[in-house]
Design a protein around this ligand. Structure first.
Ligand code: NAP
Length: 244
């Protein structure tokens, strides 16, 4: 069998970049997508993969990205994130819409575009990166909670609709992972992001990458439906143990 191909979105940083590394080390050909193409190209050179620009919030961009993908055995819908921590009373429509575009519509569009190739592979896998936010609402999280709950619902529906076909569908829900996620969420405030992880051991991007690698290494009969992965120091969205 020729080399299996994994498409990883949001591969320019954090979990996506680490996932691309882990999959390439496991023998996968990797196709990387994101907006910061210089970063993608550097990683693709290192891994012997391909790098293509994609903005998952733009349907045409997703279509032209998908047109460059000739084979897809594994799709990792990882591009996404949170914006802000505003309450519902002060919710900003633009922030909410952007979170839905990134996390929900981006995952929908990429999955829809690549599904023919995933089915044609004869043993396809779709891994959606959800979040603890998909399971537990928290103060200031409404927009992100709603978006990741939507990703969770879509993941379940995809699994139902693909029943009987040779495709596995998984959702990985991480707790706190120290990446660029919080810097983006806090509008570039690096100190606020650093404070969030102070005094506790957050997960690393590599920890989550390993779960994707493992899921994709299992025999076709095994579908890991959902996986909640938390730091030892984090018990729930609300309860984080910090040392002084
Ligand atoms: P990150 O370091 O900020 O990475 C986010 C990635 O998404 C970047 O590669 C970014 O690339 C890409 N992205 C954002 N908007 C995009 C767009 N419009 N089109 C294409 N790519 C886009 O954060 P991360 O922690 O690795 O996040 C990865 C996933 O894990 C996200 O879905 C996030 O919601 C989820 N997650 C994170 C945590 C956490 O604590 N870190 C916890 C639970 C779930 P470009 O900016 O180059 O486009």
């Amino acid at each position: 069998m020729s080399q299996r191909t994994a498409v990883v979105t949001g591969a320019s940083s954090g979990i996506g970049a680490a996932t691309a590394r882990a999959l390439a080390a496991d023998g996968w050909h990797v196709v990387l997508g994101a907006r910061r193409v210089e970063r993608l190209e550097a990683l693709a050179d290192e891994l012997g993969g391909e790098a293509h620009y994609v903005d998952v919030t733009d349907p045409e961009s997703v279509a032209s990205f998908a047109a460059q993908v000739s084979r897809c055995d594994l799709l990792v819908n990882n591009a996404g994130g949170a914006l802000g921590t505003t309450s519902i009373a002060e919710a900003d429509d633009a922030e909410w819409l952007r979170m839905f575009e990134m996390n929900v519509m981006g995952t929908l569009r990429m999955t829809r575009e690549l599904l023919p190739a995933i089915l044609a592979s004869g043993d396809g896998i779709v891994v959606n990166i959800g979040s603890i936010a998909a399971r537990e609402p928290y103060r200031g999280g409404a927009g992100y909670n709603a978006a990741k709950h939507a990703v969770a619902a879509m993941t379940r529906v995809l699994r139902i609709e693909l029943g009987g076909q040779p495709v596995r569908v998984s959702e990985i829900d991480p707790g706190m992972v120290e990446t660029e996620f919080s810097v983006v969420r806090f509008g570039g405030d690096e100190q606020r992001a650093a404070d969030l992880y102070a005094g506790m051991d957050a997960l690393t991007a590599e920890d989550i990458a390993e779960t994707v690698r493992w899921i994709a290494s299992l025999p076709p009969r095994v579908n890991i439906d959902t996986m909640l992965v938390m730091p030892r120091d984090q018990v729930s969205a609300h309860v984080v143990h910090r040392r002084d």
